[in-house]
Design a protein around this ligand. Sequence first.
Ligand code: AMP
Ligand code: GLY
Length: 429
Amino acid sequence: MNILLLGSGGREAAIAWKLSQSPRTVKLYIAPGNGGTGRFGENVPGLSPLDFDAVRDFVEKQAIDLLIVGNEDPLVAGIVDYFRAAGSNLPIVGPETAGAALEGSKDFAKRFMERHGIPTARYRSFTADTLTDGYAFLETLTPPYVLKADGLAAGKGVLIIDNLEEARKALAEMLGGMFGKSSATVVIEEFLSGIECSVFVLTDGHGNYRILPVAKDYKRIGEGDTGLNTGGMGAVSPVVFADDEFMKKVEERIVRPTVDGLIADGIDYRGFIFLGLINVGGEPMVIEYNVRMGDPETEVVMLRLDSDLVDLAEAAARGDLSGVEARIDPRAAVTVMAVSGGYPESYPKGKEITGELDPVDSILFHAGTKIDADGRLVTSGGRVIAVSSYGRDVADALARSYASLQGLKFDGMYFRRDIGRDLLALENK
Ligand code: AMP
Ligand code: GLY
């Protein structure tokens, strides 16, 4: 079959790698793709995922049989609704806007969880009109205070503040437009303390779902989880505390009520649900929903998914996953992100990437790379290459990624040397 994958990050590189292994993939296009995805299929650099007319044109001309939407922006902007309104029944992996609101509006997501009894932090939402109620609600909480812009804010819309006076000030600033329209509504919630993990579910809109390997990502730029938040500096799978007992709770209290809740609310959700969870003393609670796979979690989830992704994706998009398994590879997988110096603040682009780009022990999923006019591979983003490896266990896989990183070079290259270390410490307890 002919497949079109939308996106250009490490996540899409990993999805493309996995799709390219299927005997069912005849032709794979990645739009726009990056400097590494061309190994797994054909890049379509001129096609923007947000230009729905152009995407539909491409789908028709190239006789695309399956569309997979990698990132959230086209979903929240309504790409699925657009195809349906045009009378197309093209199988698409990704929800309509009604479902994409689980990521596009934190207030919607919180109301969804409340309605369906899904464990999450206590919260209330406020607008400029209810600012004084917001101040009063802050008084009822103990610090730190968690303030979230309702809408998409490129991962920057969550503030965690230790002191009440600053939290009041931040609330006023957010409602005053700190994140533009995204913070016209602000969710204030109780702070939860625990270790986070990411659970990925593929669902078909008809109550069937498959749970993919659990991963943990490392969001801060600095070692020991310090410094600014990033898109993600690395990931590992499996996650030691996400054992059978924990996952049974996740499935019963969170996955099933989410899938059933979507149906009860009349939302036809065919695609990936990303559950950002926190383990609060052994009890899983939801921090956030995303309506796509995680990045860099996908770079380890795809390594550990033993089943054919085309079978799974097509079945979900067609609305019937019942006959398709998601087998998990027993090996561990990790990824360590090589990033541009300066990231997540400003950083240079166009730095040539040299060294061993096809190491025996690792798979390099490109993120912010491109081939320049002279045919050189250069950096084009903050997160540059996700160095991903299998191993007997997490420690073994980490050793392989770190060895492969020694062979990779670009000006200003930085990576965290402590990916997975917190989980290894738990294992050794
Ligand atoms: P979100 O965009 O909702 O995932 O929030 C970004 C990050 O803020 C999360 O990954 C958590 O590390 C942190 N966070 C969000 N909500 C809470 C909460 N209620 N308690 C503790 N930490 C939180
Ligand atoms: N790694 C977190 C995310 O993709 O949102």
